[in-house]
Design a protein around this ligand. Structure first.
Ligand code: FES
Length: 73
């Protein structure tokens, strides 16, 4: 499905870009050109980024908590 109609960018392309290291809205704008024309897609791009980053952080969170708990303060 196209998320950014102005630049013909699909949700799959956005997810792939995030998987390849894009970690901010600005990264996606720079890499894919999303939300740089009319801006209508901004909310959907941010939603996809947020969902994907939350999933990624959730999987890393346990490791981060484990490391921080191991080191005495
Ligand atoms: S729909 Fe993305 S900039 Fe217009």
């Amino acid at each position: 499905m196209f998320v950014c109609v102005c630049n013909a960018v699909s949700d799959h392309q956005i997810i792939d870009a995030i998987d390849e290291g894009a970690c901010s809205f600005e990264d996606l704008q720079d890499n894919l050109g999303v939300a740089k024309t009319c801006g209508t897609c901004s909310c959907e791009v941010k939603k996809l980024l947020s969902e994907k980053v939350e999933k990624s952080l959730a999987s890393q969170c346990f490791q981060t908590v484990s490391v921080s708990q191991a080191a005495p303060i």
